[in-house]
Design a protein around this ligand. Structure first.
Ligand SMILES: Cc1cc2nc3c(=O)[nH]c(=O)nc-3n(C[C@H](O)[C@H](O)[C@H](O)COP(=O)(O)O)c2cc1C
Length: 326
């Protein structure tokens, strides 16, 4: 039932904004799109909330056509809800639907969703199959390198469910893309990604593989691509305050060099981001904008005083006048 697979027409290496709850809202996605990203993932959204038509969730599903291709990431544990949600997301105009099998956030795992689903491979298959059957748009998945089985030691090689176990279980299903975060559930955000596991997934999976974990600079992106043979990279924290990282990576891959951004670029970027945020969500846009503003100014002279003023600001005009004085 899957429509034209937009993933196949993206230039390689594909540079994706990885999903981040509380971060990758429409305003930030637009910044990253202008900053060179090829595909943008939303924050995660509950399939239960989609099926029950939660007003708050439907607000989160709004996006600007300029962002396309946008992939909506969902979590949950009821295959039937995935089936129904996929159709709703296609009707909203999303280019793709992504299933979260990698997130360790309490909000998700407390209901047995996200990364803990990796411990139930049969349910993973049921969920993906239901999504593919219900989805008129391409289906992708996001997984982690591994998770310890219940009651097993972290360092017990026999006690892990790995990304490769999932790829095996999902064989034959029409999954367009796998983003693999090369870290385990037990070390969720620290340390170098497991490039060996990403490389194995790239060899075993016939669709597109995006390597994720630890990309903060163009050099990191090139290294991860070279080491894994992946079709692209997913970038999460490296984009904080630097939505132009994608273009820097493209420049670096094309020419071996890139021009780092300076304070002169930061001020217009903050103002542009603020315009997107207010236009998308009105005053509610400030909630996520505040942390983005703090990230933009990080590392520049006088950053902490400026950050203090910016995070207390309550309007676009106030942000503009704070930056004019900076
Ligand atoms: C604040 C935050 C929120 C995140 N939210 C999600 C999410 O909603 N769905 C998901 O699959 N991963 C989520 N992640 C994980 C990232 O997508 C990514 O896999 C992880 O941060 C590793 O990439 P990085 O080293 O580039 O940051 C989140 C990470 C962070 C830091």
């Amino acid at each position: 039932m899957t429509m034209a697979n937009f993933w196949q027409s993206l230039p390689k290496p594909i540079l994706a904004l990885a999903p981040m709850a509380g971060v990758t809202d429409s305003a930030f996605r637009q910044m990253c799109k202008h900053g060179g990203a090829d595909v943008l993932y939303t924050e995660f959204v509950s399939t239960d909330a989609i099926v029950y038509e939660s007003k708050k969730t439907f607000e989160m599903l709004k996006f600007s056509p300029d962002e396309q291709p946008v992939v909506c990431q969902v979590f949950g544990k009821n295959p039937e809800y995935y089936y129904k949600s996929a159709k709703v997301l296609a009707d909203h105009g999303f280019a793709g639907v992504d299933i979260n099998f990698g997130c360790p956030a309490y909000k998700v795992v407390k209901h047995g969703g996200g990364v803990t689903l990796m411990r139930k491979p049969e349910l993973v298959r049921e969920i993906v199959q239901a999504t593919c059957e219900g989805s008129p748009i391409p289906v992708s998945i996001k997984i982690r390198a591994s998770i310890c089985k219940e009651g097993c030691a972290v360092d017990d090689p026999e006690g892990q469910v790995t990304a490769m176990d999932l790829i095996e279980v999902l064989k034959g299903l029409p999954i367009a893309t796998v983003m693999i975060h090369g870290r385990s559930f037990e070390r969720p955000f620290d340390g170098a990604p497991n490039v060996g596991m990403i490389t194995q997934v790239k060899k075993a999976f016939k669709g597109i593989v995006l390597a994720n974990g630890g990309v903060y600079t163009p050099e990191d992106a090139k290294k991860l691509l070279d080491e894994t043979g992946a079709d692209g990279v997913g970038i999460a924290r490296g984009t904080w305050g630097r939505p132009w990282l994608f273009q820097e990576i493209k420049d670096y891959l094309a020419s071996g060099t890139y021009t780092p951004h300076t304070w002169q670029d930061i001020v217009p970027a903050i103002l542009q981001h603020a315009r997107y945020a207010f236009s998308a969500k009105g005053d509610h846009g400030l909630v996520e904008l505040r942390k983005h503003m703090a990230w933009y100014v990080k590392g520049f002279p006088g950053a902490s005083a400026l950050r203090g003023q910016l995070v207390r600001s309550t309007s676009y005009e106030e942000i503009e006048s704070i930056l004019a004085r900076a």
